[in-house]
Design a protein around this ligand. Structure first.
Ligand SMILES: CC(C)(COP(=O)(O)OP(=O)(O)OC[C@H]1O[C@@H](n2cnc3c(N)ncnc32)[C@H](O)[C@@H]1OP(=O)(O)O)[C@@H](O)C(=O)NCCC(=O)NCCS
Length: 176
C-alpha cells in the first residue's frame, strides 16, 4: 500500500500500562520505558540480532500484544536504539512472560534480570500469584537466569515451537 494512504488509516490503539519511564539504574543515560506500536520495527531489529536473522515474533504478533485488552506490560531499554525488551500478559492470577530479548552486545550485564524484576513488580501490583514462561529446552543460559530468579520447572510442552518442533520447558515462579 502506498505510504501516504497508509498514513491516513487509523492506528490500532496502544494500551498503556501506566509505567512511568525512568533512567536505567546502572546506566542513567539509558531510558526504561513502555514499548509502543511505533517501536515494533526496532523490536524486530533486536530479534534479528538475537536470533541470527530469524524472527520468532512477527510484526502482527507484537501488535496484537500491544493492543490486547488483557492487562500487559511491554518494556524496553534504549540508548539511541532499543537494546532490550521484554513483556508479560496477565491472565487471571498469572503473569506470563511472553517475550524477552537483549541485544547480544549487551547480554550478561543484568538487563534481563532488571526487566524480569520490573515485570514481577507489575504482576504483584495486579495481585498475581504466579509468573510463568516457556523456554526452549536447549536454551540453558536463559534457564539458568530464570532459576536464579526463583523460577522452577513445571512441565515439558512437546514440539511447542512451530519452526523447529523443539520442546519447551514450562517454568513458574510463585510470587504471592
Ligand atoms: C536470556 C536473556 C534475556 C537474559 O538477559 P541478560 O541481560 O543477558 O541476562 P542477565 O545479564 O540479567 O543475567 C545473566 C544471567 O543469565 C544467564 N545468561 C543468560 N544468557 C546469558 C548470556 N548470553 N550471557 C551471559 N549470561 C547469560 C546467566 O545465568 C547469567 O547469570 P550469571 O551472570 O550469574 O552467570 C538474554 O541473554 C537473551 O536475550 N538471550 C537470547 C534470547 C533468549 O534466549 N530469550 C529468552 C527466551 S525464553
Amino acid at each position: 500500500m502506498l505510504k501516504k494512504f497508509k498514513a491516513l488509516l487509523p492506528k490500532p490503539p496502544f494500551k498503556s500500562a501506566g509505567y512511568t519511564s525512568r533512567p536505567y539504574p546502572v546506566n542513567t543515560k539509558w531510558l526504561v520505558r513502555e514499548v509502543t506500536n511505533e517501536d515494533i520495527k526496532a523490536l524486530l531489529a533486536v530479534e534479528r540480532e538475537v536470533y541470527h536473522g530469524k524472527l520468532p515474533w512477527t510484526k502482527s504478533a507484537f501488535l496484537s500484544e500491544l493492543i490486547s485488552p488483557l492487562p500487559h506490560l511491554y518494556l524496553c531499554v534504549e540508548n539511541e536504539d532499543i537494546l532490550a525488551f521484554g513483556g508479560c500478559r496477565i491472565i487471571g492470577n498469572d503473569a506470563h512472560i511472553t517475550n524477552i530479548a537483549v541485544h547480544p552486545k549487551f547480554q550478561g550485564a543484568g538487563i534481563g534480570t532488571f526487566l524480569l524484576e520490573e515485570l514481577e513488580t507489575f504482576a504483584r501490583q495486579h495481585g498475581c500469584l504466579t509468573m510463568s514462561l516457556e523456554v526452549r529446552l536447549s536454551n540453558r543460559d536463559a534457564q539458568r537466569l530464570y532459576r536464579k530468579l526463583g523460577y522452577v520447572s513445571r512441565a515439558i510442552k512437546p514440539a511447542y515451537y512451530d519452526q523447529t518442533n523443539e520442546d519447551a520447558l514450562d517454568m513458574v515462579k510463585y510470587i504471592e
